[in-house]
Design a protein around this ligand. Structure first.
Ligand code: 1PR
Length: 550
């Protein structure tokens, strides 16, 4: 098999990239030291996290010159995500650190007055300009395909400037900001998105680069509707995974977090078994899920380090599922069964190495946020959120929130932030606050969701997975009041979760709230609707969604 050299200079999820490269018929050789770079014919530099961190690592390890030599020699070079950013002069993120300076421009942070930052999700990489639809594809990029982006900094696109220097440019639009999605010149190709996480569309791009197919005629002229730009509405399939009474890891699903079968008379039966995690993740990928989330819901009882089956599930899933994978459960400092101390960062690293793109933190985030307030809203630098986002970037850290409604007669009867609700309490109360819980809803805290989400945003979280215990498994629709309240409080993206019972609920949450993504579990597991049906419904409602590509 032909080979490609991969430079893994910062820890990250390179497993998916390796899987994607192998899927298109190539094998990977690792660049382990600068001396390996000249041996490379084709070189790929993936990158996650901070611009400054990545570039400093590259520079300190002595890679900058050999990479420049590789490029000068005219050998194929591909940069992914921060690998694209490395081509630029520098970045607002770390102004003192210099890039490779092939493009004399500075990367800028997206402005967040009208949209969430980071920019997370599926967007275009389109070469068409001013209504003129391109007839050619650049390294397999198509104007009607969508690609998975996850970043806060980007190169603003200014018509004609890069082109004057000989670059071909594909762009995407986020809010009213047009930015560089991909660039190519001579032997250089770089993409801001993650092709290894962009389904069939991304695999096509990797293959085109590796095959040296820079320019090809598009198979068909895309329609104007299919090339509409902008971030698509994300639909996420969530798999709650736990060990059943026989000791097998199964996908389960609770009603208000109770996952045991009820026979109509008594509760507390067997753990509901809805299928095998790897098979179900693949099924949802093939139905067009934009992301797949695994929540290891009983991990707080066991150390996840001993919980190898979950790592194996990630490894196997990432071989066939080329969309982002999030894993939650047990991400916290812990002690292994043999007494060894293991940090939350070590656990996250294991998850990333096994194929996860984001980790989700539940209980530990609540404790860390409580301590953040106790310290007078100052950072400790040692929490799971801070250490993981420092190493992998804040986009890799999701906070899973498990709130429950607490009704009160009036806002001044509690110190917590309340909302006026249309769903009254049992005693006709018109107000409620949302109480944070830990350990899968078993323990309620004197801490509200607003306190939590604003604290974790300040601590460096990149996204909120907003569950709602009252709504979980009810099929009665999302808690729109909760979602709007949280969206008003923070700038990082929010994933609405709990309560989806039909495609209309997804339409409703996107129409009536500013949520960035919507997640369903039971609706898909019980086979009531497929992800495809949900997305078709959204499309009919006029929302931009990603079309699944074979
Ligand atoms: O606290 O960091 O170890 O993480 C544990 C994780 O496990 C948390 O993310 C927590 O949300 C999750 N979890 C713990 N217990 C349960 C349970 O169900 N007994 N599941 C649980 C949470 C909620 C959803 C569900 C949506 C959508 N599940 O993610 O998928 O509510 O459901 P629906 O569409 O069927 O209504 P830590």
């Amino acid at each position: 098999m032909p080979t490609v050299h991969l430079l893994d200079y910062v820890a990250g999820n390179v497993r998916s990239l390796v899987n994607a490269i192998e899927k298109v018929g190539y094998t990977v050789e690792w660049v382990k030291s600068p001396a390996d770079v000249p041996k490379a014919e084709k070189l790929i530099i993936p990158g996650v996290g901070h611009f400054g961190h990545c570039l400093t690592q590259l520079s300190q390890a002595g890679y900058i010159e050999p990479i420049q030599e590789h490029i000068k020699a005219g050998k194929p070079f591909m940069g992914i995500c921060v690998g694209l950013q490395a081509l630029f002069e520098d970045s607002e993120e770390d102004p003192e650190v210099k890039g490779l300076r092939l493009i004399p421009e500075r990367l800028k942070k997206f402005q967040d007055s009208d949209k969430s930052v980071p920019h997370i999700g599926w967007n275009s990489a389109n070469m068409s300009r001013k209504g003129a639809v391109t007839e050619e594809s650049l390294y397999g990029l198509r104007p009607d395909s969508k690609y998975y982006y996850i970043h806060s900094y980007a190169a603003p696109y200014r018509e004609g400037e890069l082109e004057e220097d000989g670059w071909s440019v594909a762009t995407a639009t986020y809010g009213d900001e047009e930015f560089v999605g991909a660039v190519a010149r001579d032997n250089i190709f770089a993409v801001q998105f993650h092709p290894e996480k962009s389904g069939a569309a991304g695999l096509r791009v990797i293959k085109a680069f590796l095959d040296g197919q820079k320019s090809q005629k598009l198979p068909a002229r895309p329609s104007a509707a299919s090339t509409k730009e902008g971030l698509t509405r994300r639909v996420i399939a969530c798999l709650d995974v736990r060990t059943n009474d026989q000791g097998d890891l199964v996908v389960t699903k609770g009603d208000q977090y109770d996952v045991r079968e009820k026979d109509g008379i008594s509760t507390g039966g067997a753990v509901r078994n809805l299928g095998k995690p790897v098979d179900m993740a693949k099924k949802y990928y093939e139905q067009g899920a934009d992301e797949v989330t695994f929540l290891n819901i009983t991990s707080f009882r066991n150390c996840p380090v001993a919980d190898m089956p979950m790592l194996e599930i990630l490894r196997r899933t990432s071989e066939t599922v080329f969309v982002p994978l999030t894993i939650g459960g047990g991400v916290r400092d812990t002690v292994d069964t043999d007494g060894t101390k293991i940090s939350a960062l070590d656990i996250a690293t294991m998850y990333f190495k096994s194929g996860a793109d984001k980790v989700s933190i539940g209980s530990d985030a609540v404790t860390a946020a409580e301590e953040f307030y106790a310290r007078g809203k100052t950072l400790s630098g040692t929490t799971a959120i801070e250490t993981i986002s420092a190493a992998y970037g804040n986009q890799a850290v999701v906070i899973s929130v498990d709130p429950r409604r607490v009704y009160v007669p009036s806002p001044d009867s509690t110190p917590h932030h309340t909302i006026k609700t249309k769903t009254l309490g049992t005693k006709g109360e018109e107000y409620c606050w949302y109480q944070c819980t830990i350990k899968g809803g078993r323990e309620g805290r004197d801490f509200d969701v607003r306190q939590l989400v604003t604290a974790v945003e300040a601590m460096g979280a990149g996204e909120i997975l907003l569950n709602c215990i009252d709504k979980d498994g009810t099929n009665s629709g999302f808690d729109l009041e909760l979602i709007s309240d949280v969206k008003d409080a923070i700038k990082i993206p929010v994933i609405a979760s709990s309560g989806a019972g039909n495609p209309g609920h997804f339409g409703e949450v996107f129409e009536k709230t500013k949520t960035d993504a919507a997640l369903g579990a039971g609706i898909f597991h019980r086979g009531e609707y497929t992800v495809k049906q949900v997305k078709e419904h959204l499309r009919e409602q006029g929302f931009l969604v990603r079309q699944f590509e074979e």
